[in-house]
Each structure stands twice: as C-alpha cells, then as structure tokens.
Write a protein of this length. Structure first.
Length: 310
C-alpha cells in the first residue's frame, strides 16, 4: 500500500527540485562568441581579395574620364576634373574609320562562330553519344587529343593553307573551323550531357518511327539546352575577344574587329591615345555583358529543371 502524496497548500506553487548545479549559459551564444573571430577574419580576407580583383576595373573606369597625359604615372583612381572627350571622340572614328565598323565586324564574327559551334559540335556530339559505329572510340580519342596541341603549332600550316586557297583578308579562316567541329571542348561538353539523357526516350522515339534526324532535332536538342547555351556564351566571348586570329588573317582596317581597332589608337610614332583606348575598351564590354545577361536566365532555368519536362 503506497503512502499518500503530500498535498501542496492552496495558492502556493511547489518549489523546483534542487539540483545543486548553477544554470548553464546559452550554448548558441557561446558558440557565436567562439566563432566570431574566425568569421570576422574570413570576411575581412574576402573583402581584401575583392578589392584586389575590382581595383583594375575601378582604375579603367576612372581612367576613361582622364586626359591621356594624366593617365600614365597618376595614382588617383578618379580624376579631380573628369572629362567626356574620350567618349565623344569615338564618334569621329579611328583613322577615318567609324567605330561602328569594328563593332559590326566583331558582331558578325561572334554570331557566325556561335551558329557554327552549336550546329557542328551538337551533330558531332550526337554521333559520339547516340550512334554506335566502327572506330567511334578511336575517333573520339583523336578528337580529345587535339586539345593537347598548342594553337601556335598549327598556326603556320593553317596560314599557308589559307594563303594558297586565297582566303587571306577574309573571315573564312576565322569561321571555317567553327563549322567543322574543330572545337573538341564543346563537342565533349555536349556529348557528356547527351549521354546522361535517359535512353528510354530514344527507344520510345524509335518505336514511333523516328530516325536519327528527328530524335536529334525534337528530343535531344531541347533537352540539351543548358549545354548549348553554355557553349554559346563561351564561344561568343572568345570570338569577340579574339586578337591573334584577326591579326594574322585580316589586313585591311575596314575589316578589323574591336580588338584590332584598339591597336589603332597607337600611331606609327609610338604615341598612344590612352584615354580613347580605355573608353573604347569599356564600350566593347557592353555587347559581351548584354549577351551573357540575356542568356543567363535560360542557363539557370535549364540547370534547375535538368532539361526534363513531362
């Protein structure tokens, strides 16, 4: 028989049991205090790295508002008396050639390169990823091996070949390789993406009577949109910023791209218009930024959905 419980008098609460230990401090606050020095050091280091990275950008922006004689040797990021003549002088052109000519040539070259890469590399990637044929592994190995060849090794043979074909001072040497799937990196990128696609889609399409052309156009390409857009962005940037190719194959100034147009700010006597050169460099960044921002949303959306839709 158990003993009766001791009743607590009405209106009085029972005291808490004595444990003999002091209340412990909040573990969250203690952890925050312990991690504060490390977090502060990490953020300060990140800000220092960011300042080093952004310093050239800030210097170029400030230099575009300086006079040419004030740019070299000046330590000030921004001028005390900013001028706009570096930008307004671009309207007069360079050596009697409008600046719009250089931008038009670069735009045509970049868009042509993007179209060539997307068409040729996607077809080649589809063949390696979806079609079994004799010598496929050997051809794929040889294609990947071309990535080990330096650009300068092929420079002289290619120049001699195009010179014998009377293609110098044209855009053909700069675009022909893009339409022949010579960019092994983009072929590999698209092929790896196509290999990850479910094979059940191909089998279902064949049961419906689709051939390789229909499967490539209606099934594989829509699902490979992230890889295609990534290739397009890198190709556009590389073609827009290319300097070596146009320098070798283009001779007439009215065919120059933006990269060669910047070189024309230095005259034959070695005198350079640094202000105009910096201003045109900033203006030349706008098409690249616009192209990237225009397709960035599609790139992120495609990666988020993995390209598979019901």
């Amino acid at each position: 028989m158990s003993s009766p419980d001791l009743a607590t008098p009405p209106g009085r609460e029972a005291p808490p049991p004595a444990t003999g230990a002091a209340p412990e401090p909040s573990t969250g606050a203690a952890a925050l205090r312990r991690g504060l020095p490390g977090s502060l050091a990490w953020h300060l280091g990140a800000l220092a790295v960011l300042a080093v990275i952004l310093y050239p950008v800030v210097w170029v922006v400030g230099g575009s508002f300086k006079r040419s004689e004030d740019i070299v040797g000046s330590l000030d990021l921004f001028p005390g008396d900013p001028v706009l003549t570096n930008y307004t002088s671009l309207a007069d052109g360079i050596a009697d050639i409008p600046v719009s000519t250089f931008f038009t040539n670069s735009l045509l070259l970049a868009i042509g390169s993007v179209i060539g890469i997307l068409v040729s590399c996607s077809l080649t990637a589809y063949a390696f990823a979806k079609i079994r044929f004799t010598g496929r592994n050997l051809l794929f190995t040889l294609m990947i091996g071309t990535l080990l060849l330096p650009y300068h090794v092929l420079l002289i043979p290619q120049y001699v070949l195009f010179r014998n074909m009377d293609m110098i001072n044209t855009y053909t040497p700069l675009l022909l390789g893009k339409y022949l799937a010579t960019e092994a990196f983009f072929v590999f990128l698209m092929m790896q993406f196509m290999r990850n696609l479910p094979r059940e889609l191909d089998e279902a399409a064949r049961l419906d009577g689709c051939g390789h052309v229909r499967i490539y156009w209606s099934i594989v390409l829509p699902l490979c949109r992230p890889a295609l857009i990534t290739s397009a962005i890198f190709t556009f940037i590389n073609a827009w910023n290319d300097f070596m190719g146009p320098l070798i194959y283009l001779n007439e100034p009215d065919r120059y791209t933006v990269s060669l147009g910047l070189k024309m700010f230095v005259d034959q006597e070695g005198l350079a218009n640094y202000g105009g050169m910096i201003a045109m460099s900033l203006v030349a960044l706008l098409p690249v930024l616009a192209f990237f921002l225009a397709f960035q949303r599609y790139l992120i959306d495609g990666m988020a959905t993995s390209g598979l839709k019901g």
